[in-house]
Design a protein around this ligand. Sequence first.
Ligand code: NAD
Length: 486
Amino acid sequence: MSEQIEVVRFPMQIGGKAHNPCGGEWIGSLNPATEEVWAMIPRAGAEDAEMAAAAAHEALRGAWAKLTPTQRGALMFRLADLLERDAELLAQLDARDNGKPISELRKQYAYLPQHWRYFGGLVDKLEAQVIPVDRNGVFNFTRHEPVGVVLAITPWNSPLVIASWKIAPALAAGCTTIVKPSEHASISTLHFAKLVAEAGFPAGVVNVVTGYGHEVGEALVAHAKVAKVSFTGGEAGGRAVSTLAAKHLKPTVMELGGKSPVIVFDDADLDRAVSTVAAGIFSSSGQSCVAGSRLLLQAGIYDEFLRRLIDRARAIVVGDPLSAETAMGPITTRAQFETIQSHLFDAHEQGAICAFKGDRSSSFPTGGLFLPPHIFTGVTPLMRVWREEVFGPVLAVMRFETEAEAVAIANDSPFGLAAGLWTRDLDRALRLHKELEAGTVWINSYRGVSSMTPLGGFKRSGFGRENGQEAVREFLQTKSVWMEYQ
Ligand code: NAD
């Protein structure tokens, strides 16, 4: 660590107030472009978890419940305005904290206020039913009530966007929340908590607690006042959280990893497909849950597509995340950097051919966790690079002949987060989107996400949905009310 760096401490936000860790310990947050500590976050423990759960629980039945749905929606609109005001600051914070390129972050943060407005607009539209039950003299109706305190556990790749996918629908449902961001990228979520207070939300509605998953994360998952856990992250963390939650009979939403296939048929619009396939795997340096990491090319276009894709990948500028020209920044953590290296090593060992390996921008200083784009051909179905999520800028390519073969190869995976399909044949598109085992299918596009449509996994990519009206339903429970009259 350089001694010249001025390291800022970012406190947590619990019960509407800035809160330093009860144990007095802090964690250094590394800038992956330099591997130097640039900020400090609290290392929270069980005592901090207790305070956050108490604050969220008090607000649930207290100040938050006393507001009308329309008033709660108005607070969410005010928060959206503040997110708009601070969009550039948030982008700058994430670029230093997780190394995502500023150009990509600016787009994410330009959209985030709209996400909050969408869910703010839903708050007072959650209508229930009157049910004509099969008895005389009975009036029966349902109510949608909040499940309670929601714990949101988020990863490092898009910290505040993913936190918002959880908190906004939870608040729309009338829940209160505790967010436990990744220990590798907590800063934007800590700044967000200050905006929540500035917007005028009652104390305790949104609490942000930082630290390690196996410490404060587990204390929160097990806490009796936490009613539901919404987790996004890797399979090991997801398994640990869902096992612990099950022990306490607590429901979860799990958004896990993927190994998403992109199928390109001979009749595809190659210009669009090439640039979209490249962005689908190399954006965020491949650290995207929906990264299109398995490319299936039909035999007729295989050579041409690969040639064009390599040209495209060669043009990618890898470098300083704060430069507007950068398309690929560093890998966020050293552990992930080393995991990717082990995937590259195994790909070579198992006989895959490295058809392309990119280079980083020469203008960027040495050091940092940079990795260029890689494209592997000669891949077979049992190779690790084809089966496992790399979560890095590594694309594995396979050739296929027929439609049925493509679908079989695409579905032969434990994951089912997303899939892409490139064809000009409408019949084929309508036939195949049903065949693909994935929570999202993009036809002649890739990586489009909207607040308004559900996102989530099939198979081992998870369960439950974020975004769209389904996301609000995750945080509601239905009460059936019976009244008898004479
Ligand atoms: P991770 O699982 O290491 O960590 C995610 C979060 O879980 C962190 O906040 C971490 O502290 C916490 N955590 C870990 N173990 C825990 C435990 N035992 N108890 C409580 N909390 C615990 O994931 P990551 O490395 O930060 O993110 C990368 C992974 O996330 C990839 O696999 C990626 O595919 C996945 N991801 C999925 C989606 C999606 O929507 N499906 C989106 C983004 C990322």
